[in-house]
Design a protein around this ligand. Structure first.
Ligand SMILES: N[C@@H](CCC(=O)N[C@@H](CS)C(=O)NCC(=O)O)C(=O)O
Length: 304
């Protein structure tokens, strides 16, 4: 299999690599350029780009469907996700990211072994890469690894889910409530960052699953100002207590594996506008509209 180098333009197309026998683990990577959950898996794949190969398959996107039956009652809510058949077949929830291992003997995806759930994909990619020491995203130290497990989940609940509350909820006070809980979460994260010498979650500049859990959303917080106004901006002037987080942010955004995976800001702004104006239908958007957090989405209740 030919190694594929990532560029943000890659994320706009389906990239095909040719297959032959290869000692490196290789995957069909069912993803979407805009998806922050998938971005976590992309970051892990790119961090281990010399050890793991993948074929980027754009497997999800917006499609506008006429609201013939006036299901929404607003005449506005027309945007749904189209999904690749391969995604529907392999992930019971039909969500990206999903990784399908490529069988080295046939060069085809082995659909009996899909790997999904973004936090799981980070750890899985790290393990299958065979990396060791400082290159690992899951610490070799069992105590640090346990602390990271707790914090990756906490980051997911407290620093990622509120993002959707700010964008999807329609009342100002509800949006602000989600924003305030995000700031509280960032305060807790900043305090935890002080436990090591910084600037990353683990000591000695070792990138971890906790860092990768947060990078996609930290990068995307810029959309708040555009859609929700100046009181939703997160800057050192306004929140000096978050300085460890700002130092972390400046550092991670300069890492090569991060820089080359960041979606174009204007293009993403347009994409996420469908959440901000309530015209989007997706499991996450429906869960938040129903009044629960994004991480509590339910396949049955939030199907659309
Ligand atoms: N808990 C999942 C969430 C993934 C997710 O919600 N992905 C979105 C794209 S950003 C998706 O696939 N949506 C399809 C749908 O809503 O049906 C994870 O962490 O991987």
């Amino acid at each position: 299999m030919k190694a594929k180098s990532f560029s943000t333009s890659t994320a706009n197309t389906t990239t095909t690599t040719t297959s032959s026998s290869s000692p490196k683990p290789a995957f069909r990577y069912l993803t979407a350029w805009f998806c922050p959950f998938a971005h976590r898996a992309t970051l892990a794949l790119e961090h281990h780009a010399d050890k793991v190969e993948y074929e980027w398959i754009e497997a999800l996107g917006w499609e506008q469907r006429p609201d013939d039956n006036n299901v929404t009652g607003t005449g506005k809510e027309w945007w749904y996700h189209w999904k690749a058949e391969e995604l529907k077949r392999t992930n019971p929830s039909g969500l990206v990211p999903t990784l399908i291992p490529i069988d080295p003997n046939t060069g085809k995806g082995d659909e009996t072994k899909p790997v999904f759930e973004s936090l799981v994909t980070i750890d899985f990619i790290d393990e299958i890469s065979g990396a060791s020491g400082i290159e690992r995203l899951v610490s070799d130290d069992p105590y640090e690894s346990a602390r990271c497990r707790v914090w990756a989940d906490k980051v997911n609940r407290e620093l990622c889910s509120p993002y959707y509350g700010v964008l999807v909820r329609t009342e100002d006070d509800e949006r602000m409530e989600h924003f305030q809980s995000l700031i509280k979460g960032l305060e807790a994260f900043s305090t935890e960052l002080k436990k090591t010498s910084g600037p990353l979650f683990l000591a000695d500049g070792q990138l971890s699953n906790v860092d990768l859990a947060l990078v996609p959303w930290a990068y995307r917080y810029y959309v708040f100002e555009h859609y929700r106004g100046a009181q939703y901006v997160i800057t050192p002037d306004l929140y000096p207590q978050l300085q460890p987080y700002f130092d972390w942010y400046d550092y991670v955004m300069e890492l090569d594996a991060v820089k080359r995976t960041l979606p174009d800001k204007d293009r993403y702004l347009e994409h996420i506008g469908k959440y901000a104006d309530s015209s989007a239908r997706s499991k996450v958007a429906n869960a938040v509209r129903r009044g629960v957090s994004a991480h509590e989405l339910d396949d049955e209740k939030d199907e659309y």
